[in-house]
Design a protein around this ligand. Structure first.
Ligand SMILES: Nc1ncnc2c1ncn2[C@@H]1O[C@H](COP(=O)(O)OP(=O)(O)OP(=O)(O)O)[C@@H](O)[C@H]1O
Ligand SMILES: [Mg+2]
Length: 271
């Protein structure tokens, strides 16, 4: 199904947090793939579905070792793990140095992720600056979503990134904004994007919600489900999923965190 890249220009606006929140409430089967060349975070942040710890060594690195002999979309499932709530994750590199030996991987990985059957893929690509080899993966995406905070420095970097990206995959922008200035912040970023002349197909928002971000790192449950982060993530997930797939293929949003440690979803990736 669709490959959606989630990334930032620089700084740490909250891409991994957003990727996790979106994965938790995605309305269709989904795989969260940590494709940040600087290394993954999820194996250290979140418990496994059975309450144990994730194996940080199983994921992109083990997939990369087999990919030299050719990479088929079905192989990706063999290297993914289930985290809390039943979300399927392809864990990232354990440290950034590993990316040096894997510059060839991003193109084949992008092609394989875009061809994963029966699931959308959310690929957390981290910060785009300094990793030009990631563009081979970006080229395979249905949509590249750039995350920004609403502050002047973040938006200035986003603006420069948009101008420098030239023609390529469809772009989206998501503003992580203080709930008190939510609409104003998104409108302001919309105006700045328009002034660049770069076509941006999707603009949305996600709440800046430190409490929600903290809850997302623990055992998922009702308090997280009611947080602003998850409520805005649910709306964003519904819009993004509808954007990358024809509306008739988009079921009603169904993935919701309804009880501690449980994400209800119609069908999980790999089931
Ligand atoms: N929506 C949010 N609301 C409040 N705090 C957030 C939000 N998203 C992220 N944070 C906080 O910001 C910090 C960075 O978050 P995160 O790791 O998701 O960013 P990132 O963009 O993936 O960073 P990096 O580029 O280093 O991987 C964390 O402390 C996290 O709790
Ligand atoms: Mg990150």
């Amino acid at each position: 199904m669709a490959l959606i890249v989630l990334a930032a220009d620089k700084g740490a606006p909250g891409v991994t947090t957003a990727a996790t929140a979106l994965g938790a409430v995605w309305p269709r089967p989904v795989l969260l793939a940590e494709c940040d060349p600087a290394g993954g975070d999820l194996a250290y942040r979140l418990p496994a579905a059975d309450g144990g710890v994730l194996n940080p060594g199983r994921g992109l690195l083990t997939l990369g070792a087999t990919a030299r002999r050719g990479l088929h979309p079905d192989q990706i499932h063999e290297h993914s793990q289930k985290i809390v709530g039943g979300l399927d994750v392809l864990a990232g590199l354990t440290h950034g140095e590993q990316a040096g030996g894997l510059t060839w991987l991003w193109g084949p990985l992008g092609r394989a992720l875009a061809a994963v059957p029966h699931a959308d893929v959310l690929a957390d690509c981290g910060r785009l600056g300094g990793h030009p080899e990631l563009h081979d993966l970006l080229a395979e995406a249905a949509l590249v979503v750039l995350f920004t905070r609403a502050s002047l420095d973040h938006v200035a970097h986003l603006r420069e990134r948009l101008i420098s990206m030239g023609k390529g995959p469809q772009l989206g922008v998501v503003v992580i904004a203080d709930p008190r200035q939510y609409r104003d912040s998104i409108d302001e970023v919309r105006r700045i994007i328009a002034a660049t002349g770069r076509e941006v197909a999707f603009v949305g928002g996600l709440a800046h919600d430190p409490k929600g971000a903290e809850l997302l790192r623990g055992q998922w449950g009702g308090r997280l489900d009611r947080s602003l982060l998850i409520r805005t993530a649910r709306e964003l997930a519904g819009r993004l999923a509808a954007h990358v797939s024809p509306p008739e293929r988009t079921p009603e949003p169904g993935g919701r965190i309804s009880a501690p440690g449980v994400v209800e979803r119609s069908r999980s990736y790999g089931d």
